[in-house]
Ligand binder design. Structure first.
Ligand code: G3P
Ligand code: MG
Length: 247
């Protein structure tokens, strides 16, 4: 199955105009015309997949301590900003499906929970996205997590995520049967872009928070960007490139 790859992804489920990784953020991204959102999925202390970026609660909620030690009863009573609750992964999927958003599901395991997180997210993804017109794109910095996603939910496309792209990135993409390369915009070399172009691998860059950087990256051949700046998006820049991802 193929689908068009949008050029703009709202980063952390809606970025800076709404609390990150919340349903309010996802809804705001859709309202502002975004075709796609990226969000981070980690396991709670009870093993429930939830949307959160950090391994600890302090920065984005009024709670304290490690996410992986905190039971659902506590987690879901916390304020994740502007009265928003931390969403469960299934709630985020329902929101994206209802709003017609392409989701980039970043598996973000707490240290030591790589296998458990990937198995839970991959298995649940197979169920939650069944029959969806647009399948999500699963990514992770964890090679182990992507191997598990490949084995347990092979029908869902995968993107390989690097902070710095290593020389053997293409071998990693092939090993994971991934469809895209995701990396930090800073330090992305033209050599990597040329190699990606030669092998027809779209490159997606995070985190791009100025119109100038976005323009320059698109001109260099980057296919899509993740931004916190929902306001940067315009109908002109939202044009789909018509790229097809095979998953
Ligand atoms: O998936 C792209 C980007 O979100 C990776 O960085 O730390 O914001 O999850 P981070
Ligand atoms: Mg992320």
């Amino acid at each position: 199955m193929g689908f068009p790859l949008p050029r703009w992804f709202a980063h952390r489920g809606g970025g800076s105009l709404a609390p990150e990784n919340t349903l309010a953020g996802i809804r705001l991204a859709a309202q502002m015309g975004y075709p796609a959102v990226e969000f981070d999925v980690m396991l709670s202390g009870d093993g429930t997949p939830i949307l959160i970026h950090d391994e600890t609660l302090e920065r984005t909620t009024n709670g304290r301590g490690p996410v992986s030690d905190t039971p659902d009863k506590v987690l879901f009573s916390l304020d994740a900003g502007q009265g928003e609750r931390i969403p469960r992964y299934d709630e985020a999927v329902a929101a994206c499906r209802g709003l017609g958003l392409l989701a980039n599901v970043e598996i973000k395991p707490a240290t030591g929970f790589e296998r458990e997180t990937a198995e839970t997210v991959a298995r649940l993804s197979g169920v939650l996205w069944q029959g969806a017109a647009v399948q999500p794109l699963i990514s992770s910095f964890s090679l182990e997590a992507l191997e598990i996603a490949r084995d347990l939910a092979p029908q869902i496309p995968r993107g390989v995520l690097f902070e710095r792209v290593p020389a053997d990135w293409l071998a990693v993409v092939r090993h994971l049967q991934a469809v895209s390369l995701h990396c930090a915009a800073d330090g992305l070399s033209d050599d990597v872009l040329a190699e990606a172009r030669a092998h027809d691998v779209p490159v997606l860059c995070y985190t791009v928070n100025s119109a100038d950087s976005a323009k320059s990256l698109f001109e260099r051949g980057v296919s899509a960007i993740f931004t916190d700046r929902l306001d940067l998006f315009t109908s002109e820049t939202s044009a789909y490139k018509g790229l097809q991802l095979d998953g």
